[in-house]
Design a protein around this ligand. Structure first.
Ligand code: FO1
Length: 322
């Protein structure tokens, strides 16, 4: 079975780890292509940092810091301490010593002229992903960055998404999101093909605005989803109107969409066939979309829980298959 997923950071990575565990049992020959959001990318200290790609790499490759959901396990921050001693800024974004290895080698390969896809493929090989039938691709090879426009009494100003997400903890209301470079972006090699050739297309419980929504903005992606013969099924990132983690609520209010499982599904309504919701949202109805209620809470407390969610989602995909 060929499965193609759009994914952002922590929620997407944890779900796809569960999906892979489930496929290893029921369909071990499956191929899983993950189209990763790159709008979170940021340049720091001369290095290119790709948080969603790295969270997927580490989570699927077994190196993730499980409590944080991002960064490496068994991490240290000796380099960060030296940067602080020199007064280097910013200091609000923690770059661990092991994590820096990824950013240094990525930056070296990019500087040598390799594309983001080529770099991502080499990073994924080190984490053993291709050998397990997992193909991780950036949504585009064009450098893009999500910036957040903030309303302040001195008028509007834009900050990098990571500054809004990490330093401001999304507590300053966002007026809108602007993805610098997206107007010049083209889908990375294999992205549109992976959508067209999929047997199932999966939307994990990633942030619908700044993760999935950004990927949908890459030219050709939304049309490929709308024209898909394969079922397109997703998992609600909200339970009873609240995000399981992160700041999806702040993102949804910024674009004027209600912070509910139905509100999120409405963002995908032009291509979504099935929507998996938490038992607390059993009453959700979305026109043209089949809603299924997962028998337990949509909480990925461990790989088994995520695997059971993946099982529910694939069952929903078979029910809605055209
Ligand atoms: N999130 C934080 O809340 N604080 C951090 O200092 C931080 C550093 C960081 C470094 C590398 C990386 O890959 C992710 C990091 N994140 C941090 C998480 C990141 O902001 C989010 O995971 C995504 O960008 C949002 O999906």
């Amino acid at each position: 079975m060929r499965i193609t997923a759009l994914a952002g950071g922590v929620g997407g990575a944890r779900f796809l780890r569960g999906l892979k565990a489930h496929l290893d049992v029921v369909a071990p020959e499956s191929e899983l292509t993950i189209i990763a959001n790159t709008g979170d990318d940021i340049s720091l200290f001369g290095l290119r940092v790709c948080p969603d790609i790295d969270t997927l790499l580490y989570t699927l490759g077994g190196g993730i810091n499980e409590e944080q959901g991002w960064g490496r396990a068994d991490e240290s921050t000796r380099v960060q301490g030296e940067l602080a001693a020199y007064g280097a800024v910013p200091q609000w974004f923690t770059l661990g010593d092991l994590d820096l290895g990824t950013h240094i080698v990525r930056s070296q390969w990019l500087a040598q002229g390799q594309t983001a896809s080529e770099v991502t493929s080499r990073l994924a090989a080190r984490w053993g992903l291709p050998d397990r039938g997992i193909h991780l691709v950036p949504m585009t090879d064009t450098p893009v960055e999500t910036h957040v426009v903030l309303d302040s009494d001195e008028g509007q100003r834009a900050v990098h998404f990571q500054e809004w997400w990490v330093r401001l903890r999304a507590e300053v209301p966002a007026s809108r999101f602007v993805v610098a470079g997206l107007d010049r972006a083209t889908a990375a090699p294999g992205v549109l093909e992976a959508l067209r050739s999929a047997d199932v297309i999966v939307l994990p419980p990633s942030n619908p605005v700044v993760s999935i929504g950004i990927i949908l903005g890459v030219p050709g992606v939304r049309d490929a989803l709308r024209g898909s013969q394969a079922p397109v099924v997703g998992v609600s990132p909200l339970i009873s109107g609240r995000p399981v983690r992160g700041h999806a609520d702040a993102c949804l209010s910024a674009i004027g969409v209600e912070c509910t499982a139905a509100g999120v599904a409405s963002l995908y309504a032009d291509f979504l066939d099935g929507w998996l919701v938490d038992p607390a949202d059993a009453g959700v109805r979305v026109r043209g979309v089949e809603t299924a209620v997962h028998p337990e809470a949509l909480l990925m407390t461990d790989v088994d829980a995520a695997s059971r969610m993946a099982e529910s989602l694939l069952a929903l995909a078979e029910r809605v298959r055209r």
